[in-house]
Ligand binder design. Structure first.
Ligand code: MN
Length: 242
């Protein structure tokens, strides 16, 4: 067989500790409303307890939305680009067929990174108001900046870590992973009810409170505290669409 066009490049994330080693990406799953304070700041109800938390909110980004060098062009089609700092989970093995037992979920994790679930908030808000899908607000070009990946064995107990996002040297978001409504094994279990999970899949775990706008020229420093830091900046986009 012969491809009739050049094969698109495979999106990849560099591994922190090993020169030249990379992680090829298959899919990007994302979790919405996984911190109570962020759910509230978005005008959604936050569950009062684990028993009343219902089902997690999931959406996807295309794998080629990844940005690994930290240089993020301001996207077309929006005047309200928002930052959402998130823990990123990378799966290094396929889930077995059927439902994934939460007790077996962490064994699938290759490593962790810190990323930004960049959001065209104006488009997302318009879609929400009409009960329409979030895709144009979430699943756009360069919407998934991600740090290098750190193997799980080097991260310690991830549930004791925290996330911090500085914009131009000022802390805008900070949250403890202990405050996740759904933790990593629970999210992988829930995803397995809906999708086949495979090696190469990423999961963006949801953002703490404090989301807000980004402008061309802004510099960001995203930290998974004690594990990895990711520096980047927003640059003027190539769009004439505004
Ligand atoms: Mn998010």
């Amino acid at each position: 067989m012969t491809d009739v066009i050049a094969a698109p490049p495979q999106p990849r994330i560099p591994i922190g500790s090993t020169d030249g080693a990379t992680f090829p990406v298959r899919r990007i799953h994302c979790v919405g409303r996984n911190f109570a304070e962020h759910a509230r700041e978005m005008g959604a109800a936050a569950p009062a307890s684990k028993a009343s938390r219902g089902n997690p909110v999931f959406f996807c980004k295309p794998a080629d939305a990844l940005v690994v060098d930290g240089v993020v062009p301001y996207p077309r089609g929006t005047t309200e680009l928002h930052h959402e700092i998130e823990l990123v989970v990378a799966l290094g093995a396929d889930a077995p067929p059927g439902l994934l037992d939460p007790a077996h979920a962490e064994a699938l994790v290759f490593g962790y990174a810190v990323g930004l679930d960049l959001t065209r908030r104006d488009l997302q808000a318009a879609a929400k108001a009409k009960g329409l899908p979030w895709d144009t607000g979430k699943a756009f070009d360069d919407s998934a900046p991600v740090s290098r990946l750190v193997p799980a064995a080097e991260c310690g107990d991830i549930s004791t870590r925290s996330l911090t996002l500085e914009i131009n040297g000022e802390v805008r978001q900070h949250g403890k992973l202990a405050d996740l409504i759904w933790d990593v094994p629970e999210i992988l279990h829930e995803l397995s009810k809906l999708y086949a999970l495979r090696a190469g899949d990423l999961v963006f775990m949801g953002t703490p409170a404090g989301v807000g706008p980004l402008q061309p020229g802004d510099r960001f420093r995203a930290s998974l505290d004690g594990v990895v830091e990711f520096d980047g900046r927003i640059v003027t986009g190539d769009s004439d669409a505004g």
